[in-house]
Write a protein that binds this ligand. Structure first.
Ligand SMILES: Nc1ncnc2c1ncn2[C@@H]1O[C@H](COP(=O)(O)OP(=O)(O)OP(=O)(O)O)[C@@H](O)[C@H]1O
Length: 681
């Protein structure tokens, strides 16, 4: 049976809150299907639920320094409030920043708002995301990832360029958002003390813990935008599903066979591998369906796709063709994908988990929170009534946790700590966190950074070292930053820059399972017995040698667009190196130096082969295994460093490099002396 959705979990209203009761699903307000094709954009703006509340909303926002805005998904918060403020002259002395947890949202929202303002993107309306800045001196409305605003705060802790900061999708509680909350709050207070232009802080979401947020932001009033433009029907399965991928596949084809061809489908899944696998299966099945079913285009969407490929989901499907988007949670908040009528929610997500005792951070598949489930449903019903199929029972939904546990309480804090120290906030435990990380997690992060040489203790105080300061200049995990910084000692900075850039992009290889034999044959000439890093480097070198030739990429199963992105990332990292006066040189064919350097920077993520053929992570003493995708899967070397751990049926190391025990000992003699019994060869 279909269920009308409850309002999202922000149902508890605080005394003294301001309500803007919007008309619910007023029939005349429905946009025509694919409304943005036929309805002029300024009419569309006026049809949004938020428009009715505009004058009162502006009155409130004009007088308040802090406000919390709660409105249902699709009510128009993100696209309209920045424009309303700008049009009303609020915060005109500086910029209005709108932060998003994800880059795809920041980019697409900036595009939409620029279109609504009839201006070229990068002029009045722009965006800044990692490795990309599309703004100009004219920019007043700046969409950005929360991580980017945080980086700006390192150079300008008072955020003086900004008069308004809108922290959007605050319920997501990414590490960056949580740190940003504290940074923005401190900037606001300091500016008041110094008599500078005040900073207005607006926190927005459809699904957040209002009390917690209001309390944290100086007991700020809550402005509720009630009502939604288009209804969304929710369906649950009758029985729990043991195989959510199979259930998703069946649902896609059921809809495909029954629903009008112009209704597109968005499926929420957990990660790249399962998305690519399901995409192939869908394409194969679609080929064999009767003509009456009509064609289908299947488009993947996950974080490691290059931006241009991510933005493909926003393009309309070819006429008469159904668009099926298979996405991770990067499409969960903020985005509007034109044409989406159906959302299929598997109820699963891949998220980080950190065990401070073992020091292990792993990625693992787990159930979503209710807040996430509502956000996912909210991706339907943006241009017209929508439908969300939850591939779990209503009872399972009831048992979900209400809000996602803040990332700060479940991830390795080393990177955040480094940024906080660079921001001049030494006492991290006393930093004004909305939800404090556990003392063990902080201790573990301090230890991690000390080991990397980023922190030192002096007179009982923990201080940032010169190396730590340099590490904070890179938008990278501390161990990668360290690897780059030590690379001149091994005369291989060019190679390390290439490797780190390749790892930042993640998927330069294309592995269609149906052509497994061909892929293996093509890869053979690049495969290095020294591991995945060296193999990737060989491929990158070959790619550059042929000038990025597309035909070569096709023949060698290399993703040419991602390779293009690697080049961009590398150029930006190189720029940072030049600013730091780092010597850039190549070691040529001597791969020993490169691996030695990797061991030096990544020794915290090292593992040792055990007599029974298994591996032990040296830091945590936890059993780990080599992921089957690694070129070292069969080889089983004695010592490796790895990039990440993936928890599925076992804890797998991904992207490995063969190293010598001596190098690990040299990198951190005391640490390894304490932790294990490596003996020098
Ligand atoms: N790129 C786009 N193309 C077409 N319509 C869009 C686009 N972006 C926004 N819209 C329209 O504007 C509406 C409001 O979008 P907006 O992102 O401002 O809502 P919101 O209240 O912030 O929702 P959410 O909490 O889900 O982010 C959408 O429902 C859709 O109708």
């Amino acid at each position: 049976m279909p269920h009308d959705p409850d309002p999202p979990p922000a149902k508890k209203f605080k005394p003294g809150s301001v309500f803007f009761r919007l008309e619910k699903n007023k029939p005349g307000m429905l946009l025509p299907r694919k409304g943005n094709v036929t309805t002029p954009i300024d009419v569309q703006r006026k049809q949004l639920p938020i428009y009715q509340a505009k004058p009162r909303l502006l009155n409130e926002l004009r007088r308040l320094h802090n406000a919390i805005v709660i409105g249902e998904t699709g009510s128009g918060k993100t696209t309209q409030i920045p424009q309303y403020l700008f049009e009303a002259g609020i915060g005109r002395q500086g910029l209005i920043a709108i932060t998003q947890p994800r880059r795809v949202a920041a980019i697409s929202l900036a595009g939409r708002v620029a279109e609504e303002k009839r201006t070229q993107l990068g002029k009045l309306v722009g965006y800044t995301v990692r490795f990309e800045d599309v703004t100009s001196p004219e920019t007043k409305l700046k969409f950005m990832t929360d991580g980017m605003l945080l980086r700006e705060a390192i150079g300008d802790p008072l955020l003086l360029r900004y008069t308004v900061v809108i922290l959007d999708e605050a319920h997501e509680r990414t590490v960056h958002t949580d740190v940003l909350f504290g940074v923005v709050k401190a900037a606001q207070r300091r500016r008041r003390e110094l008599n500078k232009i005040p900073l207005k802080v607006i926190v927005m979401s459809a699904t957040m813990d209002v009390d917690l947020f209001s309390e944290y932001f100086n007991k700020s009033p809550v402005l509720y935008l009630e009502g939604r433009q288009h209804p969304i029907q929710i369906y649950y399965t009758k029985q729990p599903q043991s195989d959510y991928l199979q259930a998703a596949l069946v649902s896609v084809f059921q809809i495909h066979q029954e629903a009008p061809q112009s209704h597109d489908i968005l499926v929420f899944m957990t990660g790249q591998e399962e998305i690519e696998a399901l995409a192939r299966t869908c394409r194969d099945i679609a080929k064999h369906l009767p003509d009456s079913c009509g064609p289908m285009v299947v488009i993947p969407l996950y974080a490691s796709l290059p931006p241009a490929q991510q933005l493909r989901v926003f393009q309309p499907a070819p006429k008469g063709c159904r668009k099926v988007i298979l996405a991770t949670n990067i499409a969960e908040t903020s985005v509007t994908i034109s044409g989406i009528k159906f959302v299929i929610d598997t109820g699963m997500v891949k998220a980080k988990r950190f065990n401070p005792d073992s020091g292990l951070e792993v990625l693992a598949v787990q159930r979503v929170s209710k807040a996430q489930a509502w956000q996912r449903a909210g991706r339907a019903g943006r241009e017209d009534a929508g439908v969300c199929y939850r591939l779990y029972t209503e009872q399972e939904f009831d048992n979900l946790i209400p809000m996602t546990v803040p990332e700060i309480q479940r991830c390795n804090l080393a990177g955040v700590m480094l940024q906080l120290m660079a921001l001049g906030i030494p006492d991290v435990m006393n930093f004004d966190f909305m939800s404090k990380p556990s003392p063990e997690t902080v201790r573990s992060a301090v230890e991690h950074l000390e080991l990397l040489g980023a922190l030192e203790r002096k007179d009982g105080q923990v201080l940032l070292t010169a190396l730590g300061k340099k590490m904070a200049s890179f938008p990278l995990e501390p161990r990668y930053a360290k690897t780059i910084l030590v690379s001149p000692d091994f005369c291989c900075s060019e190679e390390i820059l290439s490797i780190v850039s390749l790892l930042s992009v993640d998927t330069v290889l294309y592995n269609p399972p149906a052509r497994r034999e061909e892929v293996l044959a093509a890869r053979k000439k690049f495969t290095s017995s020294e591991g995945d890093h060296m193999t990737l480097l060989n491929i990158y070198r070959a790619f550059k040698k042929v000038g990025g030739n597309k035909e070569w990429c096709r023949e060698n199963f290399v993703n040419s667009r991602n390779m293009g992105l690697v080049k961009e990332v590398q150029a930006q990292l190189r720029e940072i190196c030049l600013k730091l006066n780092l010597k850039l040189e190549s070691c040529g064919v001597d791969t020993g130096n490169i691996r030695h350097c990797l061991a030096h920077g990544m020794f915290i993520s090292a593992a040792e082969l055990q007599p029974d053929g298994s591996y032990l992570a040296l830091d945590s003493h936890q059993a780990v295994a080599i992921h089957p995708s690694s070129v070292l899967f069969q080889a089983k070397p004695a010592y490796v460093v790895f990039n990440e751990l993936l928890h599925t049926s076992r804890c797998y190391m991904r992207d490995l490099c063969l190293v010598d025990a001596d190098w690990l000992l040299d990198a951190a003699p005391e640490y390894f002396g304490r932790k294990l019994h490596i003996t020098r060869s």
